[in-house]
Design a protein around this ligand. Structure first.
Ligand SMILES: [Zn+2]
Length: 120
């Protein structure tokens, strides 16, 4: 500690911050491409990881029940899965509670920073 290592520490911190920012922008681009794919007619053949969604600051996965047309949101920060697990892999556990045990497979709508109820 002292004056001698202050400037190298400041440089290292600035480098770390720039690296974090670049990683976050990359994650946002990945999530943006996935969201655009879900919105199009051709569903994407891939899915971002939970870590990418959290890094992008978009922890809310919205799903649509095709039977009752209800949209729900799952906060990925509360999901206990490996961070490298694909977001789309969660769909199997997200059946609609309104439609009961015979609910159809929900459709993924996208990842968002806030749930739809708080975005409006
Ligand atoms: Zn339903």
């Amino acid at each position: 500690m002292g004056v001698r290592d202050r400037i190298p520490r400041m440089k290292a911190r600035a480098f770390d911050l720039a690296e974090d920012r670049a990683r976050q922008e990359w994650a946002r681009a990945v999530v943006g491409r996935w969201n655009a794919g879900l919105a199009s007619d051709e569903l994407p053949l891939w899915s971002p990881s939970l870590r990418a969604a959290l890094l992008a600051g978009m922890p809310f996965l919205e799903v649509l029940c095709p039977a009752c047309v209800t949209i729900g949101a799952v906060d990925l920060r509360r999901v206990d899965r490996h961070p490298e697990a694909a977001v789309a892999s969660l769909v199997f556990g997200l059946t609609c509670s309104r439609c009961g045990p015979s609910a159809p497979m929900p459709r993924l709508v996208g990842l968002h920073a806030l749930p739809a109820s708080r975005r409006a």
